[in-house]
Design a protein around this ligand. Structure first.
Ligand SMILES: Nc1ncnc2c1ncn2[C@@H]1O[C@H](COP(=O)(O)OP(=O)(O)OP(=O)(O)O)[C@@H](O)[C@H]1O
Ligand SMILES: [Mg+2]
Length: 220
């Protein structure tokens, strides 16, 4: 019997919190951990903006994972049948496309909900969690992205306090803001392909730590 893929939905109905960045880079590190000649990881873009597809096409033949774009409910509801160990799904950052997010979550094993240290992102995350993720019974983890250590810990601590008051399952791993991440799409690389430097290692480490904390890197 075929082994079912583990499907991870990266979602928050707010633009710019890092869904595409986290999807692509988690896929890259998990594929690296799993090794093998053929890709073990599939990335599915469901956002009408097609930003994952654009990024992946910039990487070209060196892309470490397989990728595809679809928002067809019948495709999305069969993601576990994909012949991969893990499927990471990038979802739209808007309320209008909630039907796409719902189709993805119906086949998801878990969801990752990025927020940033800007309070403006808290309410949309709460809406996604209470109105879409929790009613569908999908386990989820909230992840703080885009924290800039140069700004000090105040905003991060406020964000963590808010998340704890909400009783959100919160990742210990925080993804720091690095220019190397924001330039990656235009430069046509994913985090496992960053040129070696201290900053590159730190940036990769955040993604790897998150993958480890979420228990990825093994088959079902
Ligand atoms: N940890 C990070 N460090 C630096 N830049 C980041 C980081 N995470 C995301 N970014 C940048 O922030 C911007 C928004 O990120 P991204 O496109 O991944 O968000 P999104 O949630 O997918 O947005 P949308 O809802 O519009 O699809 C991009 O320019 C991206 O490069
Ligand atoms: Mg996106």
């Amino acid at each position: 019997m075929a082994i079912l893929a583990r499907v991870h939905a990266v979602c928050c109905q707010k633009g710019g919190v890092g869904k595409t960045t986290i999807t692509v880079n988690l896929a890259a590190v998990v594929d690296q951990v799993l090794g093998g000649d053929d890709p073990s990881v599939l990335v599915v873009g469901t956002d009408p903006q097609r930003s994952m597809d654009w990024w992946a096409s910039r990487v070209g033949d060196d892309i470490p994972f397989a990728y595809t774009e679809t928002d067809s409910p019948s495709d999305l509801e069969r993601l576990r049948d994909a012949d991969f160990s893990h499927v990471f799904v990038d979802t739209p950052g808007s309320l209008e496309n909630e039907h796409i997010l719902r189709s993805v979550l119906k086949s998801a094993d878990d969801a990752i909900v990025p927020i940033t240290t800007e309070p403006l992102t808290f309410v949309p995350a709460d809406t996604t969690i209470t109105q879409v993720i929790e009613p569908l019974g999908v386990p989820y983890t909230v992840v703080v992205n885009l924290w800039d250590p140069r700004d000090g810990r105040v905003d991060l601590d406020d964000t963590l306090t808010f998340a704890r008051k909400k009783n959100w399952p919160l990742a210990n791993s925080v993804i720091r803001r690095y220019k190397i991440h924001s330039r990656a799409a235009a430069e046509g690389v994913v985090c496992t392909q960053y040129a070696k430097s201290r900053v590159a290692l730190e940036a990769q480490q955040d993604i790897l730590r998150l993958a480890l904390e979420l228990g990825y890197g093994r088959t079902r």
